[in-house]
Design a protein around this ligand. Structure first.
Ligand code: NAD
Length: 322
């Protein structure tokens, strides 16, 4: 099996590549990444000598470069993680989000149509559903929940999802989509909540929390997400969407206080800053479909996963973030 993993030098993509190399040493894994600020090639130092791993620096919007990789590698599967992924940056500059997240997805799928593929898998997000009210805790996102994104980031991801389903319906492209909740774990760029708070706390810098910090996210350990994608690309039904989430809702402020406690830092470092424009209040995933169809469930308990994650950043950053 030959798998092209786009955006593989980012947070979830790199964890997925390590997962696949370990689970399927006989597979050939090609990481295709533009290496934006969020991509880090040094992550792969330990596998660069592996004959079954190749790194290609390319932009998913670059048709010639993508065609070349398809001709050289003849992939069976493409898993598309490549994206601009930070909501705050999308509010500042939506254009690059539309370009990479929508046009890049179309470019990849065009190559899949041209050269043939067993499966194109789109890594999407629960943010395409918009947000849930705080006062209806039983309400969860299912695959039937209407798409209702709030930010330029989530709109671009939603547009890409619609395009993926359109390529399935129109051209019969064998696609699948996963929509996952917030991930945490190793190799995340320190602009996202958990690594940012760890990075700042380590050097006693203020811990900026939007508004009161009451926004709720459903946190999933990154390896559990990687296992879900592994199952979907091997056994998931073509043309289907699978929600992936941990039934693990936490307020942002809870997470930040937990990090202070684990690092032995005072909560007085927490500084409340002006809320994000259009900030989604609550996300919560119903993962019944992937559980019933593919037997997936989250294995990592949050209490263990967050400790493991903090330990990882401590080991890799020491007292100062990378
Ligand atoms: N982080 C989360 O909690 C989360 C949750 C659900 C879904 N997702 C989705 O998972 C995917 C990966 O997220 P992440 O957190 O690992 O993101 P990330 O920002 O850490 O990594 C994105 C990677 O894509 C690469 N990239 C960006 N533009 C590119 C382009 N034009 N061509 C090729 N490569 C390009 C970057 O260099 C980087 O390596 C995204 O599609 C995101 O929407 C993320």
């Amino acid at each position: 099996m030959r798998i092209v993993v786009t955006g593989g030098a980012g947070f979830i993509g790199s964890n997925f590549i390590f997962h696949m190399l370990e689970q399927y040493p006989e597979y050939r894994i090609i990481c295709l990444d533009k290496l934006t600020y969020a991509g880090n090639m040094s992550t792969f130092a330990s596998v660069m000598e592996n004959q079954n791993f190749r790194f290609v620096k390319a932009d998913i919007c670059d048709r010639e470069a993508i065609d070349q990789v398809f001709v050289e590698e003849q992939p069976d599967i493409v898993v598309n993680f490549a994206a601009e992924s930070h909501v705050d940056r999308s509010i500042e500059n939506p254009g690059i989000f539309l370009q990479t997240n929508i046009m890049g997805t179309a470019t990849l799928m065009d190559a899949c149509r041209k050269y043939g593929i067993q499966r194109y898998h789109q890594v999407s997000t629960d943010e395409v559903y918009g947000d849930l009210p705080m006062d209806c805790p039983d309400l969860l996102f299912t695959e039937e929940t209407p798409i209702h994104p709030s930010s330029p980031y989530s709109s671009s991801k939603a547009a890409a999802d619609l395009l993926v389903l359109a390529y399935y319906r129109t051209y019969g492209l064998p696609v699948s989509i996963s929509r996952c909740s917030n991930n945490y774990g190793p190799y995340q760029f320190p602009e996202k909540l958990i690594p940012l708070m760890i990075a700042n706390a380590l050097v006693d810098k203020p811990l900026p929390v939007y508004g009161e910090g009451l926004n709720v996210r459903d946190w999933l350990y990154v390896e559990d997400h990687c296992r879900a994608i592994d199952l979907i690309i091997h056994k998931g039904r073509i043309g289907e969407v699978y929600n992936v989430g941990g039934h693990n809702e936490k307020q942002n402020i809870e997470i930040v206080k937990l990090i202070c406690k684990e690092l032995g830092k005072p909560e007085s470092l927490i500084t409340h800053v002006t809320d994000r424009k259009g900030h989604d209040m609550r996300y919560a995933i119903d993962p019944t479909k992937i559980h019933n169809e593919l037997g997936w469930f989250p294995e990592m308990k949050f209490e263990d996963g967050i400790k493991k994650t903090i330990q990882w950043y401590l080991a890799h950053w020491g007292q100062t973030p990378a």
